[in-house]
Design a protein around this ligand. Sequence first.
Ligand code: PLP
Length: 404
Amino acid sequence: MFQINENYLKLPGSYLFSTIGKKVKEYSEAHPDKELIRLGIGDVTLPLAPAVIEAMHKAVDEMGRAETFRGYSPELGYEFLRRAIVEHDYQKRGADITIDEIFISDGAKSDSGNMGDIFGLNNRVAVCDPVYPVYIDSNAMSGRTGDYVESLGRWSNVIYMPCTAETNFAPELPKEEPDIIYLCYPNNPTGSTITKDELQSWVDYALKVGAVIIYDAAYEAYISEDNVPHTIYECKGAKGCAIELRSFSKNAGFTGTRLGFAVVPMDLKCKGVSLNSLWARRHGTKFNGVPYIIQRAGEAVYTEEGQTQTKAQVAYYMNNAKVIYDGLKEAGYTVSGGVNAPYIWLKTPDKMSSWEFFDYLLDKANVVGTPGSGFGPSGEGYFRLTSFGSYENTVRAMERIRAL
Ligand code: PLP
């Protein structure tokens, strides 16, 4: 008889957003007359920028002619895209990253979920709490997290770094020494961020204890303040201890188009073994590349037109973030985030639990958000709203919440 990977049985029931989807579906079926406003899932709503569409059309035509047809993409991705990434995302920021260190992928979810493949099973994993669930669930699937303790809502073998109002939503250096540290800035779900000096202290710490940082910068495009680093490689020594993950989902609306990349520096080694070569081996074995059409679309994001158009999209969402932030403040909520991130993190009123507030908001305002406890035990008592809706819906949602 075959055996299954029993680690899957230790996972809590379902992925957070599936649970929300199910609840919302049930509510809609029971109340077909109610018009819901969805500020829950972090999916974008604006269409792709004209420069991106134009590049895709051109690439589609190329695929239809024998002379310009492309089959499998090079394993690490096309050089035209990796070169554009290096120039715009790294060299312009003074970070010395080369194209051999860039691995094109179908997004930061795959990269953050798969990166564990190149690490041993006995590594101690540290995560912020609350956290993007993929980091923990993917480690749990490979058996790195111990058992899930239902009553505590946490894994026995994971080092949780609480990020609450008491810590200003920032993690403190952990007391137990981790081997792998996941950091995500600007942060999902709290919308908080980190200064360059603060990030430097994480890099120094990782170098001191021999840990690797997996730095998820999927929301880099939302940074608006000057002292916030755009890449971890702005910090001294980061190439010796950090992998960075990026996505085209939130800066250019590629959530359905799928494109991202991982940076695995050549200097990053464990007992002389290069992580870059391990990831190249993994990538080449289990992934057959992002379509040519999509990589050309990604290249177009870096053109002058593409930059102007995608920056306007980010500005549109950040205007929504301000509407939510100000609206909630006016309504008397305790709010954070929304300045360098598209997420607004609020304290639930009247000591309601996160799920109680979810039900309350769904029922009384017909607004869908995300319960903070779904992101980890320290998210209990908090709630996340996203600025990815339309401006009109965002304004209406705030009117409904203010009227409660
Ligand atoms: N990382 C974080 C922190 C996210 O919030 C998300 C998506 O919401 C992702 C990664 C996934 O990005 P992608 O669409 O590139 O897979």
